[in-house]
Design a protein around this ligand. Sequence first.
Ligand SMILES: [Fe+2]
Length: 201
Amino acid sequence: MPQPPSPFLGLQHIGVKVHDIEAAIGFYVHKLGFTISEVHPPGTVPGFPFGLCFIRCTALHHDVNLIFGRKGQIPPPDAKTFDTLRPGMHHFALQVGSRRELEAWEAYLKEQGVEIFWGRAIHSPTHPEGDGLWGENHALYIADPSGNCIEIFCDMGVMDPGRNEVYEGWFRDRLARDGHGPGAAGPPKAWVEDYSFLGRK
Ligand SMILES: [Fe+2]
């Protein structure tokens, strides 16, 4: 097997196409609290037919790059990315520091009239509040005015790389943080390699 030269440090920014930059700025900047680093409208970006609006929620230049066209150039969405089977982005996720913060985001988004179309949910097969899904992340889901879906979450499961399963110490700490006894549940079992879904022998 070929060996990549280094492991990636992590996932950093995402570029999302928006059909209405004014509505997108209203959502990302004025509702979600992003800061604009700089904007370059269509026609001013060398070698690129669209405009770029760089926004950040950290100290880095951009965490999200809103890609926009002239008015009417990018059609409005006919469905949320969450609901379509077309290839492309499904959702991206913004992390908050704790369950308390996530609960505060839920209340704030409701106050702001932003639809939460899924969650809050704890994606866990074993957590006492779990929804039977995977990852351990505690999440809610919203969409921007162009239908791009965004997860806001805390507590992504920390993996034990040797066993390729959720690290038991982390799982039990998180149970306690969620107000459950440390023995209320155990971490989910490791995924058993099975590629039969590919239909190959
Ligand atoms: Fe997700």
